[in-house]
Design a protein around this ligand. Sequence first.
Ligand code: GMT
Length: 390
Amino acid sequence: MRIGITCYPTVGGSGAVAAELGKQLARRGHSVHFVSYRLPFRLGGFDEHICFHEVDVTTYSLFEYPPHDLALAAKMAEVSRDQSLDLLHVHYAIPHAIAGFLAQQMLGDAAPRLVTTLHGTDITLVGQDRSFFEITRFGIERSNGVTAVSRFLARMTMDEFQVSRDIEVIPNFVDVSRHCANCSCCDRRALAPNSERILLHMSNFRPVKRVHDVIRVLERVNRDVPSVLLMVGDGPERASAQALARRLGVADRVRFLGRQDAVEEFTGKADLYLLPSELESFGLSALEAMACGVPVIGSDAGGLPEVVVNGETGFLVPVGDIESMAARARELLTDETRRREMGAAACRRVSNLFNAEMIVTQYERHYERVLAGTTKKDAAVTSATDRKGQ
Ligand code: GMT
């Protein structure tokens, strides 16, 4: 297939999924064209089947707000026409689904089909804003195929936006072969020179991630179990999180590593992964930790229970319950056998349910159905009829 992909190029789960999906599709021989205003993060390296098309946003003295979304739509139409794209797959509803729809309108009969993947905050935060509600709904209704990254997100989209169309759940995934399943290969001494336990958190430090909770948990755990905390990523709450670490007297225990692309190179060094988000439609970073055999302690919110099985691959506690989070962390850090068992269970869960091989095939099947103009329900009915006929 000839596939156009549009995503936010900045650090974030939706961009990570889009980049990884593009690479995996290219590996399968599809021709992939990324259209965005910057090279998406995690899309480094040359691949003969991947091209990047940069959206140029013209500035002009009349424009107080340069019209990025129109420039994107025009570029999507241009690339679709020049590369004879079969479909455009956009990640994050706003504004990408609308730009994709506009591109289709510009091309008329020659337009590619449009697939929109909902990732989370496009529905749970941005889409809920009154000024975006109707246009988000419009984008969902007008896409030829819609996928959501968790059952939670699909349900929420249908309930909140009252859409009756099919939304297929296609979860986040990990290239299991790239993530180390055994953390003993890693040298921990550079990060924990006095054999402290290592806690890890990775995010874009937006308020929804509750990064202050992460610092507070480390402070509590460190009272009994000497520990260090690695904070990976960057964003609006970084400075206040650093200030909190200083105020709580644990600044020397917390290392802010900033943005890191090759997360698989150090994730396996951690003993525990913390994700106390207010809401998480899926929680890609938790999945990446699990793939490295690291148990997750997170909040019992959104789609996270679809990723982390409470008591089996980690623990889930109510949002904001720092004491329970710290207690669970202490419990695992002082029982190495249990921690390792949970880590191994986490790793198995990723291999069995969320590995790239399986999930990318699910996307391919979705594309095929969209191109054929059928739905998953039609396909199920057809195969049931075929079975009856046999
Ligand atoms: O988490 C973020 O703030 C980034 C955001 C994004 O769209 O880039 O992530 C969302 O999409 C990820 C990939 O599908 C999911 O794993 C994250 O759970 C989701 N974030 C939230 O729901 C807060």
